[in-house]
Design a protein around this ligand. Structure first.
Ligand code: BTN
Length: 235
């Protein structure tokens, strides 16, 4: 597999999107600095030094919109699992943010791209705040770094290798059995399960995480399944 290291780039997701014809399946693009990092819901991803910013290209995946949500949840679960192996007390906020002590340390942006005759590729962008002493003032209330919370320095190379190998090891299980294979583990670390949340502007009770990773919520006695959106826990 190919690993591309860039000192600086606008965004690793954008780079992969623009160059994917020349990139082989499972290429990983990593950068030390992003000048225009992108987040979910058209937000920007603030560049924080000594972190991990990388994108994984999965090519020729049957163009299947239904798969991208569970695949992203699967990726979040893998990162959470690896962080826990390092002794980090991390949790998952639906759909795929990793939280530590109530603040975000990792976000994932998955994008579909290059649909040709029903075949497309998925770009999974991963941003983890690792060894920076702090985050910028304006996001201090919502974001943090592994270093800030644990007072520990992490070997980023090892962390990347561990995440990518765990991802690769479990991908066949995801392919064969889908998200449901990982559902129990996801639920046990999901911060929203059983809690009252605000999702897409509506206040609901999160009853379950479905077979494909969707949020199963209850509102006024009615069950509503949600497959995308932003959960707010403090409101
Ligand atoms: C989010 O939580 O909103 C998702 C953040 C994803 C950030 C990563 S960093 C590497 C990759 N390149 C980007 O521009 N974004 C993703």
């Amino acid at each position: 597999k190919e690993f591309i290291y860039l000192d600086e780039i606008d965004s690793t997701n954008t780079y992969v999107k623009q160059n994917q014809q020349h990139l082989e399946n499972a290429t990983v693009v990593y950068t030390e600095r992003q000048t225009q990092g992108r987040g979910r819901l058209l937000r920007k991803w603030v560049d924080i030094e000594k972190g991990i910013k990388m994108s994984i290209l999965l090519k020729l995946i049957l163009f299947d919109l239904e798969k991208i949500v569970p695949l992203t949840l699967f990726t979040g679960l893998i990162i959470n699992r690896v962080l826990r192996k390092y002794g980090v007390n991390s949790f998952i906020k639906w759909s795929n943010d990793i939280y530590l002590n109530g603040k975000k340390v990792c976000g994932i942006l998955s994008e579909l791209s290059g649909e040709v005759e029903g075949l497309g590729s998925i770009i999974i962008g991963i941003g983890i705040n690792v060894n920076a002493e702090s985050v910028p003032e304006d996001i201090k209330d919502i974001a943090t770094t592994l270093k800030t919370e644990t007072s520990q320095d992490f070997d980023r190379t090892r962390l990347i290798i561990d995440i990518l190998s765990e991802f690769e090891r479990e991908l066949p299980n995801f392919d064969n059995y889908g998200f449901s294979y990982f559902r129990d583990e996801y639920k046990s670390f999901c911060l929203n399960f059983g809690k009252e949340i605000l999702i897409n502007g509506e206040r609901m009770l999160c009853r379950d995480i479905g077979e494909n990773g969707e949020l199963v919520c209850e509102k006024d006695g009615e069950i509503i399944e949600i497959s995308s959106g932003e959960v707010l826990m403090r409101f």
